[in-house]
Write a protein that binds this ligand. Structure first.
Ligand SMILES: [Zn+2]
Ligand SMILES: [Zn+2]
Length: 171
């Protein structure tokens, strides 16, 4: 997508290389899914005129193009294979923002068990509440359950009985 937007920017710009700003955002959803979203901003020091050239450039590159107005300003929205691009005119030129779809990168997994019967300290026993895991039994340490704050730990994420150590002194 970066290359496509760069190519479109180059086609529109006759004054030199466009300025690019790229960023990647990562987050973990409350369901434990890790995602990544990629954004590229292109600033072009050209007068885009009435945005016709922008719409044409995206259409020629095979994107689906939609023209719309935002607060009286003409804008172009283009999409291709889940990628989105939004172009608008600024005082200083043209701004194209491209966004790649969030890609699934990881799934939350419960951290390793804090203690097992063979690693429990002398004079201690495995916590009955979490069975030695140390993490909250309900949410497994994510802090959320079915997308909501965990009712057991309230995003404390550790076992309330042992505080995360997985073991308690023999009483
Ligand atoms: Zn515990
Ligand atoms: Zn919890």
């Amino acid at each position: 997508m970066r290359e496509q937007i760069r190519a479109i920017a180059r086609a529109l710009d006759t004054t030199g290389e466009p300025r690019l700003e790229e960023s990647t955002k990562r987050w973990l959803s409350t369901y434990g899914d890790g995602s990544e979203e990629f954004t590229v901003l292109v600033r072009l020091p050209v007068d885009p005129g009435p945005m016709d050239a922008v719409a044409e450039a995206f259409a020629e590159a095979g994107w689906q193009v939609e023209r719309y107005e935002d607060r009286g300003m003409p804008r172009v929205r283009a999409s291709s294979d889940g990628y989105l691009a939004d172009a608008r005119a600024l005082d200083s030129g043209l701004l194209i923002k491209g966004t790649a779809p969030g890609v699934w990168v990881a799934r939350w997994t419960r951290p390793e068990r804090a203690v097992t019967p063979s690693t429990v300290r002398p004079g201690y026993e495995i916590c009955r509440e979490c069975d030695g895991w140390g993490t909250c039994e309900a949410c497994e340490g994510l802090g959320f359950l079915n997308g909501r704050q965990c009712p057991m730990c309230g995003i404390g994420t550790v076992c309330a009985d042992c505080g995360g150590s997985g073991q308690l002194p023999v009483s």
